[in-house]
Design a protein around this ligand. Sequence first.
Ligand code: C2E
Ligand code: CA
Ligand code: CA
Ligand code: CA
Length: 282
Amino acid sequence: AKAAGRARTALFDASLRAQLASQVNLERDLRRALEQQQLSLAFQPIYDLASGRVDSFEALVRWQHPERGAVPPSTFIPIAEESALIGQLTEWVLRHACAQLRAFERDLPPGHARPRLHVNVSGTDMCRANFVSQVAAALLSNGLEPGQLTLEITESTLMQRLDNALDVMGRLRELGVGLSVDDFGTGYSSLAYLSTLPITSLKIDRSFVQRLQDQTSDAEVVKAVITLGHALGKTVIAEGIETPDQLAQLRALGCGLGQGYLLARPLSPEAASAVVAVERRW
Ligand code: C2E
Ligand code: CA
Ligand code: CA
Ligand code: CA
C-alpha cells in the first residue's frame, strides 16, 4: 500500500511538474506573442434591448499560437495575471481596441452617435500607478472621448485588492471613463458593495441568464438585480443571451443592454464595422 501511495505521489508530482512546465512555456510564449503580433481582437456587439441599436462593443483578446493554434483567453489570462505580463497585455488591448474604435467611427454615416467600447481589465491593472495615464493616452492618441470607454473588471480580481483599486477607480471616474462589474452575481459580496463602488454598470453573469429558461426562482434573482441596479443608477447588461426566450424575458424585465451568441458572436473588426449602424428588430 505504501508503494502504491508512493507511485501515486510520483504520478501526481509528474503531472504537476508537466503542468508547471507548460505554464512556464506559455508565459514565455505569451511574452513573445506580445512582441510578434500573434494577438488580435474580436468585437462582440452589446445591444440596446429596447431600440435594437448597437450600444457598444466588447473587445475580446485572441491568441493564435504558432504551434498550439488558438489558445483561449481562459487559459492565458490567468497566466498573464500571475506573471505581471497582464500590465503589458492590458495596455496592448487598450491601445489596439481604441484604434479600432476610431476606425469604426470613420466608417459611420455623418451624424451617427459615436460608438463605444468595453475593455476587460484585471484587478492588478487597477492597482498600477500609471494605469490612469495609460488609459488617458490610449483615448487621446485616438481622438476618443473618455465617455466612449468602459472598463470591465470581475468581482473576484477586484476584491483581492480593493483598497488600492478604489483609488484608481475614483480617478478613472473623474476622467469620465465608465466602470463595469463583470460576471456580477458570481462573487460573495455583490450586493454589499453595489452601492459603494464607483461603478457605472454591472454585467449579469451568463450563468444567471442561462437559468432564466428554467422557470425557477432564478428569474426572480435576475429581476431583483435589474431593479436594484437601476434604482442605484447603474446600467444593467445581460451577457450570454443564447435563446429567443432569454431575450424576451430580459426585455420584459426591463434589462437595458444585452449581448450573446443569439444577437452576435464576437466578430472580426471588419464584420463588427459592418454592423455598427445596423438596427435589430425583435
Ligand atoms: P468575459 O469578460 O465574461 O467575456 C465573455 C465571454 O463569453 C467571451 O469569451 C465571449 O466570447 C463569451 N460569450 C459571449 N456571448 C456568449 C454566449 O452567448 N454564450 C456563451 N457560452 N459564451 C458567450 P472569451 O472571449 O473566450 O473570453 C473569456 C474570458 O477571458 C472573458 O470573459 C474575460 O474574463 C477574459 N478576457 C477576454 N479578453 C480579455 C482581455 O482583453 N483582457 C482581459 N483582462 N481579459 C480578457
Ligand atoms: Ca467582460
Ligand atoms: Ca462576463
Ligand atoms: Ca467571465
